[in-house]
Design a protein. Structure first.
Ligand SMILES: NC(=O)c1ccc[n+]([C@@H]2O[C@H](COP(=O)([O-])OP(=O)(O)OC[C@H]3O[C@@H](n4cnc5c(N)ncnc54)[C@H](OP(=O)(O)O)[C@@H]3O)[C@@H](O)[C@H]2O)c1
Length: 284
């Protein structure tokens, strides 16, 4: 089975490409932005028609959420229209499509894990990034009859900037003082997300699916665990989102419900504390 991965140099795309390459029953077609820019509809169609994959996993996205606020046109172009081009090309060759989306499409006001069929936020009240990703989901559904939309959150990994690396760098430079303690989510290791995506492909799954590591915490609790694992003795102060203003609005509650993923794959992702321990062991 041939799987084409877009955005294959990013956090998720790199992990997924490694795992596909390690499997004898799968053939990887790995594309980065230089090889396949998803905003170029004709080039996307041409590449997909040439390669004729059985599945496409769209990991390409403009993910710098604060930059999306000042360049929403680019965010819309990549995360909205670009996603639609990938979906149209997948439909053209009858390939399955995994499109990766985000908790930022939700309003962030839930208090229990968000099911796959929860209503998205009012676009006018989402961040520019959330709006562009919501448009991407809509374009994907318009272009492909049976897409798999995988929503995830709080992703970290070995192949790009991420929260654990930032926390460790700040702590080592003596610059870590306060961490936000009023946003709740599930830290998700890119390796576990990639594994979940391959399990969904193996199960021929379609529809909307949430894939995150199990359990939940605040950013501050996550930072405390990262420092503990790194044996860095530093006390950090919990703070509010209001005390740490950022250009893009972050959802206060991002915990995604895993029930549909579990019923499709008969697998529950491991707890986020086990995943971050593995990440730290691999990184050291
Ligand atoms: N990271 C998170 O916390 C998080 C949370 C929820 C959902 N997600 C979703 O997960 C997916 C993977 O994200 P990630 O964390 O792996 O992000 P990432 O590390 O930023 O990777 C995204 C990749 O897409 C590439 N890209 C950007 N514009 C492109 C274009 N026009 N054509 C082709 N490739 C392009 C980037 O290449 P360049 O580096 O060259 O720009 C980068 O390699 C995205 O859909 C994202 O929205 C991520």
């Amino acid at each position: 089975m041939k799987i084409l991965v877009t955005g294959a140099n990013g956090l998720l795309g790199s992990a997924l490409a490694r795992q596909i390459a390690a499997r004898d029953d799968l053939t990887l077609i790995k594309t980065d932005r230089g090889q396949l820019d998803i905003t170029m509809a004709d080039a996307v169609l041409e590449t997909v028609r040439r390669e004729r994959p059985n599945w496409i996993v769209n990991c390409a996205a403009f993910t710098q959420v604060d930059k999306c606020e000042t360049d929403e046109a680019l965010a819309t172009h990549v995360n909205g229209q670009g996603a639609g081009h990938v979906a149209a090309a997948a439909a053209d060759v009858d390939a399955g499509l995994i499109h990766v989306s985000t908790d930022y499409i939700f309003p962030g006001d839930a208090t229990t894990p968000i099911p796959t069929n929860a209503a998205p936020g009012d676009p006018g009240r989402l961040s520019a990034y959330g709006r562009s990703k919501l448009l991407g989901e809509q374009r994907v559904r318009q272009a492909h009859t049976n897409p798999t939309i995988v929503r995830t959150a709080w992703v970290y990994g070995h192949d790009g900037p991420c929260f654990p690396a930032a926390i460790l760098a700040l702590a080592r430079e003596g610059k870590l003082k306060k961490v936000v303690d009023d946003q709740r989510g599930s830290p998700t290791y890119a390796e576990d997300l990639a594994d979940g995506i391959l399990r969904l492909i193996d199960a021929d799954a379609t529809g909307d699916v949430h894939v995150v590591n199990d359990g939940a915490c605040t950013w501050c609790e996550f930072a405390v665990e990262i420092l503990r694992l790194a044996a860095i003795d530093l006390s950090i102060q919990p703070c509010t989102t209001a005390e740490f203003p950022r250009p893009a609005k972050r959802p206060a509650y991002s915990v995604l419900d895993l029930a549909r993923y579990e019923s499709l794959t008969s697998h529950r992702p491991r707890h986020w504390k086990d995943a971050i321990a593995d990440f730290m062991a691999d990184a050291s």
